[in-house]
Ligand binder design. Sequence first.
Ligand SMILES: [Zn+2]
Length: 54
Amino acid sequence: MAHKKVDLPIKICETCGLEFRWRRKWRKNWETVKYCSERCRRNKRLKTESRQPH
Ligand SMILES: [Zn+2]
């Protein structure tokens, strides 16, 4: 019974498509968070650019 249940909200990163869990640093703006990391937030444009064939 010592196990503490972790029930944090989860979102899907719009850049990499992976699930990421609520973090303390987002406690103030969780509703506006769309990316799992700062890197994905910067790379959000790559999603549309990658559509073009090489
Ligand atoms: Zn991501």
